[in-house]
Design a protein around this ligand. Structure first.
Ligand SMILES: Nc1ncnc2c1ncn2[C@@H]1O[C@H](COP(=O)(O)OP(=O)(O)OP(=O)(O)O)[C@@H](O)[C@H]1O
Length: 440
């Protein structure tokens, strides 16, 4: 039976909470101050502390630092997300705003206890397996990649929201898939959505669904992608592209586990774990008012940052061989070798499109080499800035130059409009040609 310590100085709230938890079958002790809590913890081991943020002799969150391994749920009457998020940074398992309703509290307690149990089992397993954390299909021994793998291992068994950052093509989606696969929701769906690939006007209804007649063309009631991910994981790639309306709806999902379809007055409960990714500088988007601060803090609780390929060149040989084998399999070709000169050319290239650019270059090379070992000329690693020069202005080169010259001062929507293509087509062409978007 799980033991819980309630630390709250307001007697009425404390007593009510103790009764609620006891009624649910937990063994509960109570304390009115940090000092009393410490005494209790010295006498018995607890599986969870539910702690008021402000106590007469200090901040409740201090207990998290003093009792590593015991999850702390923070209660706060200060509706500021920031103080609660600060508490999360200092090690709180979660927070709940007062006044809370009974169901909400019990759900929260049950979830933390379950998570904690999983973490304990996982830590046990890890110590049995040693310190190696391979991530399926992910190649890289560089220190920054090892750190990524360690983080994946740490966050997977929890339900925590994770923000995956890194330039385009660095493997953010790969990380999201790994987190889902290694976590308790692995048997449930993973819905992966690229927010940049959905036209702005359709974002809200695609994500959150709509009622019949909600807007012109909404002939039928439709479930959105967030609901489709119910009980599973929702991966929102390019979260910086969300419209303000979609940002508000998403915040509601994270805060209350509730969703409202476009055109509906009723909310529905959803249980999704959110993983989000972006290559953009969300901090400056928040400063400029383009991204909601409260949503930003919700997302940022846990971050995983992928290094650009040019900063982990030591991984290039291993990565190139892995991708070469993958390309040969996909193209149904016999395995081919990599000429040492090709590897040298790779080492000299800056890889602005990161692993995706490498993957594309290798696939192209396999086709061009036609069974011969891959040589530098098969890779055609032209520095981006030179493309489109010397009268060879093909459509692709024109596209590349236009995008590189204008992306600094144009939004994706504007760029697409000027090029006369959809945002989705722009997105796809960027990926195919390995043209990264600017940061922020
Ligand atoms: N470390 C890695 N090892 C092997 N393959 C990788 C690695 N990182 C990325 N890839 C491969 O590179 C391609 C691009 O990766 P992914 O789609 O995950 O990047 P991303 O950061 O999500 O890109 P974007 O921001 O453009 O959506 C994928 O095919 C992926 O399998």
């Amino acid at each position: 039976m799980n033991r819980i310590l309630v630390v709250e100085d307001e007697t009425v709230i404390r007593r009510a909470l103790v009764r609620l938890l006891e009624h649910e079958g937990y063994r509960v002790a109570e304390a009115g101050s940090l000092q009393e809590a410490r005494t209790h913890c010295g006498e018995a081991a607890f599986d969870l502390l539910i702690c008021d943020l402000r106590l007469p002799d200090g901040e409740g969150i201090r207990l998290a630092g003093e009792l590593p391994g015991v999850p702390v749920l923070i209660m706060t009457s200060y509706a500021s997300v920031r103080s609660a998020v600060d508490a999360m940074k200092q090690g709180a398992a979660d927070y709940i705003a007062k006044p809370f309703d009974h169901d909400e509290m019990l759900l929260c307690v049950a979830r933390i206890l379950k998570q904690h149990q999983l973490e304990k089992e996982n830590a046990q397993l890890q110590s049995e397996m040693g310190e190696v954390y391979p991530v399926d299909g992910m190649v890289g021994e560089a220190p920054a990649m090892r750190q990524v793998c360690r983080m994946v291992e740490k966050v997977s068994p929890t339900d925590i929201t994770v923000l995956i950052r890194g330039e385009s093509g660095t493997g953010k989606e790969l990380v999201a898939r790994a987190i889902h696969k290694k976590g308790p929701r692995a048997q449930a769906p993973l819905i992966s959505v690229n927010c940049a690939a959905i036209p702005e006007g359709l974002l809200e209804s695609e994500l959150f669904g709509h009622e019949k007649g909600a807007f012109t063309g909404a002939g039928q009631t439709r479930q959105g992608l967030v609901e489709a991910a119910d009980t599973g994981t929702l991966f929102l790639d390019e979260i910086g592209e969300l419209t303000p309306q979609a940002q508000s709806r998403l915040l509601r999902v994270l805060q209350d586990g509730e969703i409202r379809r476009v055109g509906s007055t009723q909310s529905r409960k959803v249980d999704v774990r959110l993983l989000a990714a972006t290559h953009r500088d969300l901090e400056s988007m928040v400063r400029e008012g383009a991204f909601r601060e409260d949503l930003y803090y919700r997302l940022k609780v846990m971050e995983i940052t992928l290094p650009p390929l040019r900063e982990r060149r030591e991984d290039l040989p291993q990565l190139a061989r892995f991708l070469l084998e993958k390309a040969c399999k996909r193209l149904k070709r016999n395995p081919v070798d990599l000429d040492p000169a090709a590897l040298q050319a790779m080492q000299a290239h800056s890889w602005p499109g990161n692993v995706r650019e490498l993957e594309n270059a290798i696939e192209r090379a396999v086709i061009l080499a036609d069974g011969e070992p891959i040589r530098p000329e098969h890779l055609a690693l032209t520095p981006a800035a030179e493309c489109g020069g010397e009268g060879r202005t093909s459509l692709e080169a024109y596209f590349r130059r236009f995008v590189l010259e204008n992306q600094g001062h144009m939004t994706e929507t504007e760029l697409a409009r000027r090029l006369g293509i959809s945002r989705k087509a722009l997105w796809e062409r960027r990926n195919r040609l390995g043209i990264p978007r600017p940061k922020g």
